[in-house]
Design a protein around this ligand. Structure first.
Ligand SMILES: Cc1ncc(COP(=O)(O)O)c(C=O)c1O
Length: 474
C-alpha cells in the first residue's frame, strides 16, 4: 500500500466517532450488496449514459426527482461544486445584468462567476455576535432590484444549519412582478424531506436547488444532485452546462450511491431517534456552552434551525475551541466537522446513531467538568480574540472572470494599497472573502491582511512571504 492508502488505513484504525461529512458515517448498512469493484463500470450496453439518459439512469433520475419533490433532477459527480457552477452557466438573460450573490457564498459560487463571466451584486450576511459567524441572509436590510439582475443565488441553510426566510424572498420576487430565477445552494440540507427539518427550497418555490447528498445523506463523497422546477432557467442550457463541466466517464459508484441515498432518505426514523438525543444534549450541557438552537429563531435573520448541526461556542466555559477539540479527540475519539477560535460544529448525518450523540453528550459533560483545569489564561479572553470578519466591500474594477484571465504579478503586500487584486482571499473558517479578484485593495482590506497572524486563509498564495497577486497594467 502507498502512503495515501497507509494514511487512510491508519486514520480508519483510530476509530473516531464522526461528526463530519460524509453522512453515511462509514456504516456498511448503506452499502450492503454494493460491490465496489464490480460496480466500477463505464457506459456499457444496458448501462445508459449520464449525459443523455434514456435507460436505467433515466429511471433513477425520475425516482430521485419524485423523492426530492423536483420536476427534473440531475446527478452530479463533482460534488455540489459543479451544481453551483452549472446554475450560472445556464442563465441566459445575462447581458448588462448582475447576479445577486451572498458575499459569504461557497467558493464554488465564486468560481461560477469566473466561468460564466457574470458580475456579482453582493449581499453582506448578518454576522451573529455570539458566534462571530455569518448565520443569515440579510433579507430585511437588502433591497433587491429584481429588474436589474439575471438571478438571485442564496445559500439555504448556512453551513451552521440556520435557515433564513426563503419563502419571504420568493414572495418578494412574486410581488416585484419579475420572473427572476432564484437559485438555491442547499448543499447542507439534502435531508430536508420532513417536518423534522426546515422546508426544502423546492417546496418554497426556488427554481434550481443543489443538494450535496454526501454531506448529510448516505451518498459517496463527491456525489450531489441538482433539482429543477418551472421554466425560468432553460433546461437545455443546464444540460449543456453540465456536459461541459462533468466527466465524460461518470463513476457508476457515485451515481448508484445517489440512487440509494434517495431511498434511505425516506427512512425518517433514522433522524427521529436522533432528535431526542440532541434535545437531551441541550438539556445536559446547554447551560455551560452557548449552543445554537431553536431558541435563536427570530433573531439575527434566523427563520429556522436545523438541529442536526450542533454549533457550540465554548467561550462560556472559558476554554478555547481548539483546546476543546483536542480534548474531545484525544479522550473521546470525537471528530468534529470544523472549528475556529471559539466555535465547534458537530454534524450529524443519516448514518449517525443515538449512541454517537450520547457519546458526544458525555464528552461535552466531561469537558465541562475538567474545564477549570484547562482554562485559557487571562490574556486570551474570548472577546480579545474576536476577529472582524468582513471589511467594507471593496470597489470592483474588473469582474471575477476579467481578473482571472488578466496578466498578474506579485508585489509586497504592504505596497498593494489601491491595486486591483488578482486572487480571492478568504478567512477560513468561515470562508468569507476579504477581497475578491478584480476588486481594489482598500485600507481596511490591507490592514486586515497585514494584521493576520495565523495561516487560516484560503486562496492566498503569498501569506508566508507577505506578497499578493495584483493585476498588471491597470
Ligand atoms: C454551502 C456549500 N455549497 C457548496 C459546497 C460544495 O459542495 P461539494 O463539497 O459537494 O462540492 C459546499 C462544500 O462544503 C458548501 O459548504
Amino acid at each position: 500500500m502507498g502512503d495515501l492508502g497507509e494514511g487512510l488505513s491508519h486514520y480508519h484504525k483510530q476509530g473516531f466517532c464522526s461528526f463530519h461529512t460524509p453522512g453515511h458515517k462509514g456504516r456498511q448498512e448503506f452499502f450492503n450488496g454494493f460491490d465496489f469493484v464490480s460496480f466500477d463500470l463505464t457506459e456499457l450496453p444496458g448501462l445508459d449514459m449520464l449525459h443523455s439518459p434514456r435507460g436505467i439512469i433515466s429511471k433513477a433520475l425520475k425516482k430521485a426527482a419524485e423523492i426530492f419533490g423536483a420536476e427534473e433532477t440531475f446527478f452530479l459527480i463533482n460534488g455540489g461544486t459543479v451544481g453551483n457552477q452549472a446554475m450560472f452557466l445556464a442563465l441566459n438573460d445575462v447581458v448588462d445584468k448582475r447576479v445577486v450573490v451572498e458575499r459569504n457564498s461557497h467558493r464554488s459560487v465564486m468560481s461560477g462567476l469566473v466561468l460564466s463571466g457574470l458580475k456579482p451584486e453582493y449581499v453582506m450576511p448578518i454576522v451573529h455576535p455570539d458566534f462571530n459567524l455569518p448565520l443569515g441572509f440579510n433579507l430585511e436590510q437588502q433591497r433587491i432590484s429584481w429588474q436589474e439582475i439575471s438571478a438571485c443565488h442564496v445559500t439555504y441553510p448556512s453551513y451552521y444549519g440556520t435557515a433564513f426566510d426563503l419563502s419571504g424572498l420568493v414572495v418578494e420576487r412574486t410581488n416585484s412582478g419579475f420572473d427572476t430565477p432564484i437559485l438555491v445552494d442547499q448543499a447542507h440540507g439534502s435531508h430536508y424531506l420532513s417536518e423534522l427539518f426546515p422546508p426544502s427550497a423546492l417546496k418554497l418555490g426556488a427554481d434550481l436547488v443543489l443538494n450535496s447528498c454526501h454531506k448529510t445523506l448516505s451518498a459517496l463523497t463527491q456525489s450531489a444532485m441538482l433539482h429543477v422546477q418551472g421554466s425560468r432557467v432553460s433546461r437545455t442550457r443546464l444540460k449543456q452546462s453540465l456536459e461541459i463541466l462533468q466527466s465524460s466517464s461518470p463513476s457508476y459508484l457515485l451515481i448508484s450511491s445517489l440512487e440509494r441515498a434517495g431511498e434511505f432518505a425516506l427512512e425518517l426514523w433514522r433522524w427521529e431517534c436522533l432528535k431526542e438525543e440532541v434535545d437531551d444534549l441541550y438539556r445536559k450541557v446547554g447551560t455551560c456552552f452557548r449552543i445554537l438552537s431553536s431558541k435563536d429563531v427570530g433573531t439575527f435573520g434566523i427563520h429556522a434551525v436545523d438541529w442536526s448541526k450542533i454549533l457550540i461556542n465554548t467561550s462560556p466555559l472559558g476554554v478555547s475551541a481548539p483546546r476543546c477539540v483536542e480534548y474531545l479527540r484525544e479522550d473521546f475519539g470525537i471528530e468534529p466537522e470544523l472549528w475556529d477560535g471559539d466555535n465547534i460544529l458537530f454534524m450529524l448525518g443519516i448514518g449517525t446513531t443515538p449512541e454517537d450523540v450520547r457519546w458526544l453528550t458525555k464528552g461535552l459533560e466531561s469537558l465541562r467538568d475538567i474545564a477549570p483545569s484547562i482554562r485559557f489564561p487571562e490574556s486570551k479572553k474570548p472577546q480579545e480574540r474576536l476577529r472582524k470578519l468582513i471589511p467594507p466591500l471593496p470597489h470592483p474594477v474588473l469582474s471575477p472572470r476579467e481578473a482571472f484571465f488578466a496578466r498578474k504579478r506579485k508585489i509586497p503586500l504592504k505596497e498593494s494599497l489601491g491595486h486591483i487584486v488578482g486572487e480571492t482571499i478568504s478567512l477560513y473558517p468561515p470562508g468569507i472573502p476579504a477581497v475578491v479578484m478584480g476588486e481594489e485593495i482598500t485600507h481596511e482590506v490591507l490592514s486586515m491582511l497585514l494584521s493576520s497572524k495565523e495561516g487560516h486563509w484560503q486562496g492566498w498564495d503569498g501569506f508566508e512571504s507577505q506578497t499578493i497577486w495584483i493585476v498588471e497594467g491597470e
